[in-house]
Every structure is written in structure tokens, then in C-alpha cells.
Design a protein around this ligand. Sequence first.
Ligand SMILES: [Zn+2]
Length: 249
Amino acid sequence: MGEEFNKYGLSRYIPENVRRQIRKESGFGCVICGGAFITYEHIDPTFAEAREHDPQKMTLLCWGCHGRVTKGVWSKDKVRSAQQAPITFRNGCANDAFDFRDPFELFLGNNHFQDVSCIVRKSSGEEWLKIEPPEDPEAPPRINAKFYGFDGLPDLEIIGNEWTCSTDVWDLRTEGNRIEVYKAKNQLLLRLKAKPPHGLGIQYLKMLFLDTGIEVGNDGKVDFIIKGKKPFNIDSSMVSGADSVFLVP
Ligand SMILES: [Zn+2]
């Protein structure tokens, strides 16, 4: 990172409302490759020559693509074309992949599960959050989960450890190994925290799995809201070696 201010006195700090606008207009991922761990790129003028953080002249690049542009491997023209037609919108999502190894642990709020094959199973057989064992001893365990908003759309999906986030959400924020998905301003749907290589934490969640509400609060408690039944919650439980953790009607 160079100077904090450029020659025009412009700070490197980009105001949050400008950052969100750039994220939204870029489909929440690198406009060239779709990668979801991103940095903000001043296309033209560059940061050194910029007088303001103008979202029209900025976009998102992942660290890999940003490095190629900064080192002159790729041109600013390539970035400009990608800004006009981001790959994220063509794919409908931004994406990245988790780095997991056995033994794998899942943290759902302050509850802790190990060696389980799924977290929720409905009596009709549908499963939510499946953990498949490695295909061979060197391979990773495979995590599969869909996180739906109350509108029934899967906003973030994990398939075999690769995750995608829909370009239709209000915001996707990635910071370090934390991923947050917002349905609307101040309406958080999901906060994931990867703990590579042995764990994934679901720190916040407000979703509907078919007709079952699954909510993880900031206090770490997990509430299950089941149609026609009294809701129940779990707190600080630990389950190891089970086929499914919760059976719901
Ligand atoms: Zn990229």
C-alpha cells in the first residue's frame, strides 16, 4: 500500500456508500473472473491521478486480476470492457471456494458439530447442509448448503466447497475470511466465517428451509421455527458422530 493520500489530497479510504455502489454495479465480484474476494480499482484515472472516488470510474477486481493490471500484464482497456459487461452478471453470481480438510467441524452459532452427515433433515427426506466425506484420503470433505432468504430464493449456495452468491442480493461483503450477505439495507441474511482448513462457522442466519425457519442470532443461539409447532432453540450443544443433527417434520 502506498501513500494514504494522493497529490490532490484524496484519501485511500473509500466511503462505505461509494463502496456499496461499486460492489452492486460490479455484481459483488471481480468483473473479469467473478472472484468474490476483491479490491477497489480506480480504472482511469488511477488513484494517483484521481480527484475523487467516482463509482463510474471504478470497479471491483480480485487480488489476482488486480495484480496483473497493476504489473501491466493486462491493460486498463480490458478492465474497462469488463466493467461494461461484468462476468458476474453473465453468471448471475460472484464465487469463490473454501479450503477444507478433514477432520471438519461446523459451528452453528455457539453449537458445534463434528462427524455428522447433515444438519437438518425433514421427514420428507430433504436435507439442509450436507457434509460428504472425502472421496479419497487426500481429498477434502465436501460441504453443500443453500441459504435461502424468506423470498425462497437461494442467495448463497455452497456446492462441494465452492460457493456462489447471487448478483440479486442487496450486498455481499467479504472481509478476510468473513462473508456477509444482506437482503436489504441493515437486513443481514447470513454471516459465514471460514476457519480453514478444519471448520466453517455460521455466525448469523435468518432463513427459511422449505417451511422451517432457521435462525442463528448474534448471541449464538439457534432457533427453529416450525409451522404449527412451538419453536425450539439450541444453545451450546455439541454433537459428534451422527447421521443428522435435527429431524424436523
Ligand atoms: Zn479476478
